[in-house]
Design a protein around this ligand. Structure first.
Ligand code: NAG
Ligand code: NAG
Ligand code: NAG
Ligand code: NAG
Ligand code: NAG
Length: 457
């Protein structure tokens, strides 16, 4: 009898224990589960998702694209990550629209939507203000390559106080950047590249004290780069290329000593280069082609020891190429083509030992090319000196290289071959040749005429 009671007790204990264990590992809060079902019905091609995945956080039945965690101490398991578009994660159905319900999942930490909204026009929407979470856990919101995602960047994004990474790249957003975004003090990376965003870069950008990467490239931003950008002391990457930015480079930019990568190509930024560039001692890339700079090349670039790429093409730079650039021992790419540079290529450029791509084409450079044959063969087709009528190449080095540069003519008089003056002489020969050609023709014509006259008389 006692024995039976004991067995009964043990059995009930066991049974009451098991559900506890399972609820702490794979049971979801019914409200959260219902929210997840709604999200999946909006996104997934599987119309029976609710039936086929009744317990989506349960380890065995877990579904690619959803991650769950037992965060919090409510005994439930919570959705922590939603990931659509990049295999092995599932893709979205053709009629997928933006699921505002993601902002109701209290423990969601990261969301990725890649090529998810491709056919049906949709906007980023938020739940009613009274439903919004006081404490969103969302740290990463990455919405990329969605050709049907249109509209404005909603200011409500600023309610996602935990955001560290915000990527809204390659969508069809238009209109201005809401200044409220810059109240997200935890942001480390902000990427709005490849949209149709207009307006100015809000000065409030300076409030993002932790920002490491800022990419607003390939939009239609106007106005000047705000000086407040100088407050972003942690910034390492700044890409503002391909906008319609005006004004000049803000001096404050040179306070950012963590900076590794700066790209400002294809804007309407004017010279001058403020003094202080050499403070950017960590800079490896400075990419600023296609701007109406019309100024001198700053020699200060030569002090940036870590520089690997310097691109300043198509920007109206005049004057000479600073020889200080030959101090850049790690420089692999130098693009100065299509400017108005004069004078000789600095002799010391021959010891740019890591240079791999050098484009000086379409300038007004002259003199003898200071590169020996080992330099020329190392760069091969990545060296472009064409379109500089005054440049010439020493015949000793020229063998087997077609650089689009004339061969220097030797000067018998001076005994010092390939002098600078030879390069000038060289392209004057052509007109002389032409003149004597025409003189010969005229003399021939006159003598033929004389002969005719003479014969007729
Ligand atoms: C929000 O988060 C903060 C910090 O994590 C916490 O102290 C606070 O209690 C949370 N508030 C609510 C309503 O959950
Ligand atoms: C040059 O590049 C090498 C290899 O990437 C690196 O180890 C070295 O620190 C760099 N030198 C400078 C001055 O940045
Ligand atoms: C570079 O070359 C110049 C002249 O050819 C030479 O005087 C100079 O010492 C060299 N500099 C370095 C850093 O090798
Ligand atoms: C070419 O020039 C470089 C740098 O001045 C030098 O180190 C190298 O020995 C030269 N090579 C030849 C073949 O002259
Ligand atoms: C150099 O620049 C010119 C003009 O932009 C371009 O046409 C050419 O392809 C470039 N050459 C190399 C080797 O990159």
């Amino acid at each position: 009898m006692w024995c039976l009671i004991l067995v009964f007790l043990r059995v009930t204990l066991l049974f009451s224990f098991f559900p506890l264990i399972s609820s702490s590992t794979s049971e979801m809060d019914p409200h959260e589960l219902e929210t997840l079902f709604k999200i999946m019905e909006t996104l997934s091609a599987d119309q029976n998702w609710r039936e086929s995945h009744p317990n989506p956080c349960k380890p065995g039945s877990s579904w690619n694209g959803i991650e769950c965690k037992t965060t919090g101490n409510d005994g439930f398991i919570h959705v922590s990550r939603l990931d659509f578009g990049i295999p092995p994660n599932p893709s979205c159905k053709e009629t997928a629209i933006f699921p505002a319900e993601i902002f109701l999942l209290p423990h969601l930490e990261s969301v990725f939507f890649f090529q998810c909204f491709t056919n049906t026009k949709t906007v980023i929407s938020f739940p009613e203000a009274n439903q919004l979470l006081v404490n969103s856990s969302l740290q990463q919101l990455s919405i990329r390559s969605n050709p049907a995602l249109v509209g404005l960047i909603p200011s409500q994004i600023s309610s996602l106080k935990s955001l560290e990474i915000l990527t809204l790249s390659q969508n069809k957003f238009h209109g201005p950047i809401p200044a409220q975004i810059f109240s997200l003090k935890s942001l480390l990376h902000l990427d709005f590249s490849y949209n149709m965003i207009t307006g100015k870069i809000p000065f409030q950008v300076g409030n993002l004290g932790k920002l490491v990467g800022l990419d607003l490239s390939y939009n239609s931003l106007t106005g000047a780069i705000p000086n407040t950008i100088g407050q972003l002391g942690m910034l390492q990457k700044l890409d503002l290329s391909s906008n319609q930015l005006t004004g000049s480079i803000p001096i404050a930019l040179f306070n950012l000593q963590s900076m590794v990568f700066i790209a400002l190509s294809s804007n309407k930024i004017r010279g001058f280069f403020p003094v202080g560039l050499s403070k950017l001692q960590n800079l490896q890339y400075f990419i600023m082609d296609d701007n109406p700079m019309f100024t001198l090349l700053p020699s200060e670039f030569g002090d940036l020891e870590k520089l690997q790429e310097l691109r300043l093409a198509n920007s109206g730079y005049f004057g000479t190429i600073p020889s200080s650039y030959s101090k850049l021992s790690n420089l692999s790419t130098l693009s100065l083509q299509n400017n108005r540079l004069r004078g000789e290529i600095p002799v010391s450029f021959g010891n740019l030992s890591r240079i791999y791509h050098l484009n000086l084409s379409r300038n007004f450079l002259d003199g003898v090319v200071p590169f020996n044959s080992s330099f020329l063969s190392r760069l091969g087709k990545n060296l472009d000196l064409s379109g500089n009528p005054g440049l010439c190449l020493s015949p000793n080095d020229a063998h087997g290289f077609n650089l689009g540069v004339n061969i220097c003519k030797s000067s018998k008089k001076s005994g010092l071959p390939w002098q600078k003056s030879e390069a000038h002489h060289h392209h004057h020969h052509q007109p002389h040749g032409l003149t004597s050609f025409f003189v010969t023709i005229i003399i021939t014509l006159i003598s033929v005429a004389w002969a005719h006259l003479f014969l007729h008389i």
